[in-house]
Design a protein around this ligand. Structure first.
Ligand code: ZN
Ligand code: ZN
Ligand code: ZN
Length: 273
């Protein structure tokens, strides 16, 4: 299994749009991995996680294989994860060939309603198919992946995903604050072993677990998963989804996370699991 991070920032990007704060200035001056675009990842070149506005740029200037993709998981309604205006571009007139060859979107109900409304304004020709996702739903994607949606401590109907391909199992924990009691109960009861975990680290070094996580909360959630047997010495762990409000650039975060054996995601990073 492999996962490529296409975008690793929160809504405003990092440096943030219109911002001249100290963290943004340091990120811009350092450049390279310190520059982060909005949240998106791709598993095994075929299973997309989230669809922000920055998706278009990854197709135009990068290697995101949009015409070939048929499956996308959406975590929640925030625009750094879900930009329905550009999903419409898969409809006839905008994308060829105009045959019924759907791209499947798996998404919470509030996202589904919004996307369905946009699609209703188009002759969609069966090119986009929607599947509602609720917390604790388990569903198959592409006949390969078993996906479990878990309730996120974040916004209305938000979920994060556990994804298995028959050999490996990953946890992509974005966006969420400290795991909700019902999610923790799930880990304690089911004890799924993760080969890879990607933790939310929006708040940088702040000890804050409300709607997102800071690094001290990541370490506590990691310890909780370790106690459940979900994480062990073989688990590859990364932190992701950074904001200037966390005040830590990539270069500044790497040595701190390294002490705990945790990697720091950056735009374009591919992790082989
Ligand atoms: Zn986000
Ligand atoms: Zn800033
Ligand atoms: Zn969000």
């Amino acid at each position: 299994m492999k996962l490529k991070y296409y975008g690793t920032a929160a809504y405003e990007g990092f440096p943030a749009l219109f911002c001249a704060c100290d963290a943004c200035k340091r990120a811009r001056a350092a450049g390279g991995r310190n520059i982060r675009s909005r949240s998106q990842a791709l598993i095994n070149d075929e299973l997309l996680i989230d669809f922000p506005a920055d998706t278009a740029m990854r197709f135009l200037y990068g290697d995101l294989p949009l015409p070939e993709l048929r499956h996308c998981l959406i975590t929640h309604k925030h625009s750094d994860h879900f930009y329905p205006m550009d999903v419409v571009a898969r409809c006839p007139v905008f994308a060829y060939p105009e045959t019924e060859d759907p791209m499947h979107f798996y998404l919470p109900e509030n996202c589904e309603k919004e996307l369905a409304l946009r699609l209703s304004e188009q002759p969609d020709g069966g090119r986009v198919k929607l599947h509602t996702v609720k917390p604790f739903d388990v569903f198959n994607v592409a006949g390969i992946y078993t996906v479990t949606a878990l309730p996120a401590h974040h916004s209305a109907e938000a979920v994060f995903y556990m994804i298995e391909d028959g050999e490996k199992r990953i946890l992509y924990a974005h966006d969420t604050g400290s795991f909700l009691p019902e999610a923790q109960e799930f880990f304690k009861k089911e004890k799924p072993h993760f080969d890879f975990v990607s933790y939310d680290c929006t708040y940088g070094l702040d000890d804050n677990g409300s709607h997102h996580m800071g690094f001290p909360v990541v370490l506590r959630m990691d310890e909780m998963l370790r106690e459940c047997g979900c994480v062990d010495s073989k688990t590859v762990r990364y932190i992701n989804h950074f904001s200037h409000n966390g005040k830590v650039t990539y270069d500044e975060m790497v040595p701190i996370a390294k002490k705990h054996g945790i990697g720091v995601a950056y735009d374009g990073l591919t992790v082989r699991i």
